[in-house]
Design a protein around this ligand. Sequence first.
Ligand SMILES: Nc1ncnc2c1ncn2[C@@H]1O[C@H](COP(=O)(O)OP(=O)(O)OP(=O)(O)O)[C@@H](O)[C@H]1O
Length: 217
Amino acid sequence: MRNGRYYVTVAGNIGVGKSTLVGILAEEFNWQPYYELVADHPYLDDYYRDRERWGFHSQIWFLTQRYQQHLEIADTPISVCQDRSIYEDYEVFVKGLLEQRILSHRDFRTYRQLFLALVQSIAPPTLLIHLYASVPTLIRRINERDRPAERAIPPAYLEHLNRRYDEWLRRFELCPVLRIETDDLDFAHDAAARREVVELIAQTLGLRGMVQERFVP
Ligand SMILES: Nc1ncnc2c1ncn2[C@@H]1O[C@H](COP(=O)(O)OP(=O)(O)OP(=O)(O)O)[C@@H](O)[C@H]1O
């Protein structure tokens, strides 16, 4: 806890349940939620048409939005929970684009310089929650949500992202990491699973007594 408030960030693959969990934490603990901004992305259509041409522009847009959100979080006087952090932009997505040769080494180095300069001024989270699900589960959840742009996401890409998350989080040392396996933990629809996940996070943060009180019928 920094200055008497928690900053919890939720990391994980597409459709794993990050925004669902952020909503739950905001409700349970009265924290300020911060969701991912994807609307109004001015490069997205161009990017899907020609990834090599627009990948760098698109990532700079994401980085700018995320940095602004981190500044807002730093200014928020109460505890916050965040759907994806700036670290994932670089460690999972940008490094992934380099690996897939969508981003050139030259653009990658430029991005990295900017990223490293920006993160220097950002306070690390109190806790990073890594939500994990296997690819078949991710596909089921993405289909359930049914966003047109996501219908064509190849399973191999979700697998690649799962690998990138694991590789990154093995090295991550900025704050404690709580990994939650969600294949058999449906906190979106099942009240008992929701209680279980809230309790686990509360215990991890040392909030246990407070949560138990909330559960008294
Ligand atoms: N633990 C869970 N078990 C089963 N279904 C879940 C679980 N968590 C979320 N869902 C369902 O999966 C879908 C995706 O959830 P959500 O939008 O929270 O994912 P996300 O990680 O925020 O995705 P993205 O980053 O792509 O926006 C929703 O339909 C949600 O109800």
